[in-house]
Design a protein around this ligand. Structure first.
Ligand code: ADP
Ligand code: MG
Length: 279
């Protein structure tokens, strides 16, 4: 076998591209979430440009990037709130293609999203909020008066332990601290048993202690499910990050371990270029 004879073939850019695509497809088969070449434009402005992002099952991925990088738009596409101009979003290997589904259908497939602003019902107790989340927000009033199934009760209790609020289960949620409300919100996602959790800026406005606790919580949630955290508190990201993806102008600028990403000249340039504060 003449190895040299093969070299010109792989040097062909078209072949190299096809090989890269094949390798990506191979990885996608066992991925948890794959954003494949997604472009989103608003009045001609591209908020996402051929975005590619692949997450392994159980991974904890941090997404960082300056204000306007496309982080929120990326989550909007995954959850079905925004439909891309082109590109696909696959879940659980390539079992589901999400861009063809409605927001409700996508949530049912196991994509959970925690928004930045807590949406707990303050007049209800911690337990009642979890109870409601178990059944989804539709028919909230009706489900309040229906009995939870033993399986749901177990899910609620597990969530209470995970978020560390079991002692406060009977407390009206309005009386919780800001951090505790954020944890309750995470618990409300957990009872729905999502396969992929998207968490937008979880530590904004938290005390130092609450940040520590949130770091532990998010790390503990990965493994069983895939967790994607968008955050611009760099100390926090450094603390929890395994793989970090840096978004810039709707595209992946860098990806890898925090140390590597932080010393990447392109990343440094973007972050020192004046818009380092995220949103
Ligand atoms: P990030 O969350 O990283 O700060 P976004 O995803 O919110 O960035 O926004 C990416 C870009 O797309 C920004 O320039 C923003 O102004 C623009 N954008 C986002 N949503 C809309 C919209 N609904 N209409 C017009 N422009 C939008
Ligand atoms: Mg945003």
């Amino acid at each position: 076998m003449n190895a040299l004879a093969e070299t010109p073939i792989t040097a062909d850019p078209m072949v190299a591209e096809q090989n890269a695509r094949d390798a990506l497809l191979q990885r996608a088969q066992s991925s948890s979430l794959w954003i494949d070449n997604v472009t989103v434009s608003f009045d001609g402005f591209k908020a996402l440009r051929d975005l590619n992002l692949l997450l392994e099952p159980g991974e904890l991925r941090c997404i960082i990037g300056p204000n306007g990088a496309g982080k929120t738009t990326m989550m909007d596409v995954v959850t079905g709130k925004t439909k891309p101009d082109h590109g696909q979003v696959y879940m659980s290997g390539m079992a589901h293609e999400l861009t063809a589904l409605s927001e409700v259908e996508i949530a049912r497939r196991g994509i959970g999203r925690k928004f930045q602003r807590p949406t707990v019902f303050e007049s209800l107790t911690v337990f009642e909020n979890l109870e409601l989340a178990c059944r989804g927000r539709k028919g909230a009033l009706r489900s309040l008066f229906a009995k939870v199934s033993p399986r749901q009760a177990e899910a609620i209790n597990n969530a209470l332990v995970t978020i560390g609020l079991q002692e406060l289960a009977g407390l009206r949620s309005g009386l919780l601290s800001h951090g505790q409300k954020q944890w309750l919100e995470i618990g409300m996602l957990l009872v729905q048993d999502p396969k992929v959790m998207l968490v937008d800026e979880p530590v904004a406005g938290m005390t130092h202690q609450e940040i520590e606790r949130t770091a532990e919580l998010l790390v503990s949630l990965a493994g069983e499910r895939t967790v994607v955290v968008v955050e611009h508190d760099m100390d926090f990201v450094r603390r929890i990050a395994r793989t970090v993806t840096v978004l810039h102008e709707g595209h992946v600028l860098a990806e890898g371990p925090m140390d590597q990403v932080q010393s990447d000249p392109h990343v440094i340039e973007v972050y020192l270029g004046g818009s380092a504060h995220g949103d």
